[in-house]
Design a protein around this ligand. Structure first.
Ligand SMILES: Nc1ncnc2c1ncn2[C@@H]1O[C@H](COP(=O)(O)OP(=O)(O)OP(=O)(O)O)[C@@H](O)[C@H]1O
Ligand SMILES: [Mg+2]
Length: 271
């Protein structure tokens, strides 16, 4: 049985889709079978970041409504045969996602993939709660700024109450992925400090992804940054995050600083 991971945030534009693609590709490079699912119905973004937009024929809504089989909608990545994408519909609206339909699709994906990565839409409404509903693990993507941290805190509340795990009285494994971290802005004091974000959210740190032009370049090439430029700073940070996701206890370094955080230390505070 595969592991279901939701990549969520509350606030929009913080790097969920970028991170879903980068983490998915990094896991698939290691030989594991990965399906990345785009829950952002109405927007359809993940296929662009993964360079699969011209191959989309059927999508998540088609599968849920019985218009296509899961195997017809899944798109195999051009570069990695263990990486698959289940795209979102651009033309339908998010009310076409039904709880029963989502449950069936996630259940089927878990049977054939090692990792099912659900790229959540922004917000705390239906789309976001459906994306997190069946997760075993949550990655809370946050930028080091007040509004993003505040929205992540709300999402943590939902993860602990609105998911199947929460309903069964189980604890959701949650990780913080701090993205778009800029050493120069940190130096000027324009961003929240890493310690402050950790203090507020109190979940273990999965990684810190630097703000980098390499992310935009990769996106323009239609490739996850971990495939487009595997030696770039953001790719290396995503590879390390994947190691931690697999359970390795690797210190987290802050881009531009020598200081590092130990996962174990923050693991103690794990919610
Ligand atoms: N580490 C980074 N460095 C520079 N730019 C980044 C980084 N991460 C993401 N971005 C850029 O930020 C923008 C938003 O990223 P992305 O689409 O991944 O966010 P999102 O959380 O999925 O947004 P939405 O809430 O709209 O779904 C994109 O233009 C992306 O290229
Ligand atoms: Mg997105």
């Amino acid at each position: 049985m595969g592991k279901v991971v939701v990549v969520t945030s509350g606030k929009g534009g913080v790097g969920k889709t970028t991170s879903s693609a980068a983490l998915g590709a990094a896991l698939a490079r290691g030989g594991e079978r990965v399906a990345v699912v785009d829950f952002d119905v109405g927007l359809r973004n993940l296929d662009l970041v993964m360079g699969a937009e011209r191959r989309v024929v059927y999508d998540l809504v088609n599968v849920i409504q019985g218009e296509a089989k899961l195997s017809q909608a899944l798109i195999r990545d051009k570069r990695l045969e263990t990486l698959h994408l289940l795209p979102a519909s651009q033309t339908r609206d998010k009310d076409n996602l039904t709880p029963e339909g989502v449950e069936a699709v996630i259940g089927a994906l878990k049977e054939s993939f090692d990792w099912v990565i659900c790229d959540s839409p922004a917000g705390i409404e239906r789309g976001a709660t459906l994306a997190m509903r069946h997760a075993d693990v949550a990655i809370v993507v946050t930028n080091p700024e007040v509004s993003s941290v505040r929205d992540s805190d709300r999402i943590i509340g939902l993860l602990d109450s609105k998911t199947v795990k929460a309903e069964n009285g189980e604890r959701m494994e949650k990780h913080l992925l701090l993205t778009r971290y800029s050493p120069s802005r940190a130096e000027r004091g324009d961003m929240l400090k890493v310690d402050d974000v950790l203090e507020i959210l109190s979940i273990p740190l999965l990684g810190i992804i630097p703000e980098s032009m390499d992310v935009l370049r990769a996106s323009n090439l239609g490739a996850p940054v971990t495939l487009a430029d595997e030696h770039s700073a953001p790719a290396l940070a995503y590879f390390d995050a994947v190691k931690r996701l697999r359970g390795e206890n690797l210190p987290v370094t802050i881009p531009g600083e020598k200081r590092s955080f130990f996962g174990k230390f923050f693991g103690r505070k794990a919610a």
